[in-house]
Design a protein around this ligand. Structure first.
Ligand code: ADP
Length: 257
């Protein structure tokens, strides 16, 4: 059976609780990845959480970018140690790959990084990717790894990006503001207005980090790839989708033609 390469992105809201790493949720995520590996998947993980992990060791004021860079440098090895311990429970090795956005602008660098990722996966090791926050501040400024993970999925040739979020799907409007918001199960096209919602403050789409998720989905669909957005707090929807092939909850972004 040919394995399927996927990228799973987990955001800091899911991985942290009261400013520290949410260990139970991290363990549930690692257990999910172990289960996916036992099925037909090759899994690349894109994980935030370095700043929160750093803050548990040194409570620097997180309001300045400089301090967040320092905290990321302190926390990244701790984050990886926690992942290593949890993957070991399932008999798996994991690895750290730090990338900056500019890697994806140079063909040779992409090729070079892909060789490393391919080699790790071939050896059954889970690559855990994060933005190299200490030298590239994009995530620390914009607070997301959504676009990084879309690049990872495209350039490292994954069929699908799975975003595990604090929201369980994409809705027709922000469900945290509108109780009558309806889940979109499948999305095959994203409008220009939705992609540019950041610039229109009164637009319901502009809150939270949904815009970067839509931009990621748009980028992937335009490159013939798919994205699945589901809850990172409750993993049953993503499990059903990936393991049982049942689309119960979550949103699948997939071009129809
Ligand atoms: P993460 O921590 O996973 O990166 P974010 O908090 O950045 O997630 O983004 C998800 C948030 O986007 C949701 O909690 C929700 O309030 C907001 N949001 C705005 N519009 C929508 C929408 N149409 N569908 C779903 N979520 C939306």
């Amino acid at each position: 059976m040919k394995s399927q390469r996927i990228v799973i992105k987990v955001g800091s809201h899911v991985l942290t609780q009261d400013g520290a790493i949410a260990k139970a949720r991290m363990l549930a995520l690692v257990e999910l990845i172990a289960e996916l590996k036992a099925h037909k998947y090759e899994v690349i993980l894109v994980s935030s959480g370095a700043v929160a992990a750093g803050h548990t060791l040194l409570p620097l004021d997180r309001s300045s970018v400089a301090n967040r860079q320092a905290l990321a440098a302190i926390g990244q090895p701790l984050l990886l140690k926690m992942y290593q311990e949890k993957f070991a429970k399932f008999g798996h090795l994991c690895s750290q790959v730090l990338l900056s956005a500019d890697v994806f602008e140079v063909v040779e660098q992409i090729a070079h990084a892909k060789v490393a990722i391919d080699t790790l996966l071939k050896n059954n090791i889970v690559p855990i990717i994060n933005e190299n926050d200490t030298v590239s501040v994009e995530e620390l400024v914009f607070g997301d790894n959504d676009r990084l993970s879309a690049h990872v999925a495209h350039y490292f040739d994954a069929k699908m990006l799975v975003i595990l979020s604090d929201i369980d799907a994409f809705y027709d409007k922000d469900p945290n503001q509108y109780s009558d918001a309806k889940r979109r199960a499948v999305v095959s096209e994203i409008s220009q207005d939705e992609l540019e919602a950041e610039h229109t403050p009164n637009n319901a789409f502009a809150t939270g980090g949904i815009v970067t998720k839509l931009q990621s989905a748009d980028f992937l669909m335009k490159h013939g790839r798919e994205m699945f957005l589901a809850s990172g707090f409750e993993l049953s929807d993503v499990k059903a989708f990936l393991v049982e092939g049942k689309h119960v909850g979550g949103t699948l972004f997939k071009q129809t033609k």
